[in-house]
Design a protein around this ligand. Structure first.
Ligand SMILES: C[S@@+](CC[C@H](N)C(=O)[O-])C[C@H]1O[C@@H](n2cnc3c(N)ncnc32)[C@H](O)[C@@H]1O
Length: 217
């Protein structure tokens, strides 16, 4: 995994759709980074996905899906998977993977172009949401989380996996990480109930699972 940071900011680039998260480096390098083989060891995707429980019949959104590293691993388990990203190059990349999927899986997957401040999920469209290695790139996060809250069905869950604030051999510099405490605070502000806070399963990352509560009867 290439060590990278959020180089550039809106002030460095007048383009309102400038994407700081894809920052430096050409697209091929980003793809190689996201698809690097060592991720299986340090990020344990199967363990992370198992947190979502039984996904049969469910719709899952992957926010900041990138190459679809997680989204495509979820496709065989779920009814529908939406790979959401703000970078058209990743949407095209996921489309190019989608056409190679077995027919039975192809129709389950939808790459969806979103906006930095809007995940473009319909109200109560999805059962579960994951955000992997992306949370720190989202601005105005409480407002963004409120939109995810609206997009989730009652009882649905949101899983956030991101880098711990430490001097780690992989991931962005600390400046571009969100502390676990802040993640929990922001989730609660947006109306979520924290279900799981896991600091130990992954060496470099925390896992937080939060729920959209069912309405009281
Ligand atoms: C470091 S990559 C992680 C990709 C993928 N989740 C993974 O784990 O391989 C961050 C991704 O988030 C996307 N991104 C950044 N800000 C976003 C936002 N506000 N909404 C949706 N996607 C965003 C970027 O385009 C990029 O594909």
């Amino acid at each position: 995994m290439i060590r990278k940071d959020l180089s550039g900011s809106d002030s460095q680039n007048a383009d309102p759709y400038y994407i700081p998260s894809t920052g430096e480096g050409n697209f091929e390098n980003l793809v190689a980074d996201y698809e690097s083989k060592d991720r299986v060891i340090w990020q344990k995707p199967d363990l992370v996905i198992s947190l979502l429980g039984d996904l049969s019949g469910k719709t899952v959104a992957d926010i900041g899906a990138g190459t679809g590293y997680f989204a495509f691993r979820i496709v065989p388990k779920a009814q529908r998977v939406i790979g959401i990203d703000i970078d058209q190059r990743f949407i095209n990349f996921m489309d190019s993977v989608k056409v190679r999927l077995p027919e039975a899986y192809r129709d389950r997957f939808e790459p969806r172009l979103a906006m930095p401040d809007d995940p473009k999920i319909e109200p109560e469209e999805v059962d579960d949401i994951i955000i992997v290695n992306t949370y720190g790139y989202i601005e105005h996060r409480i407002n963004y989380l409120s939109k995810l809250f609206t997009g989730l069905k009652p009882g649905g869950s949101l899983v956030i996996i991101d880098f711990k604030k430490n001097n780690l051999p992989i991931g962005p510099s600390d400046e571009f990480k969100v502390s676990l405490q802040d993640v929990q605070h922001e989730l609660e502000k947006a109306g979520f109930t924290i279900k799981v806070v896991d600091r130990s399963s992954l060496d470099y990352q925390y896992i937080v699972q939060a729920l959209k509560p069912e309405p009281e009867k």
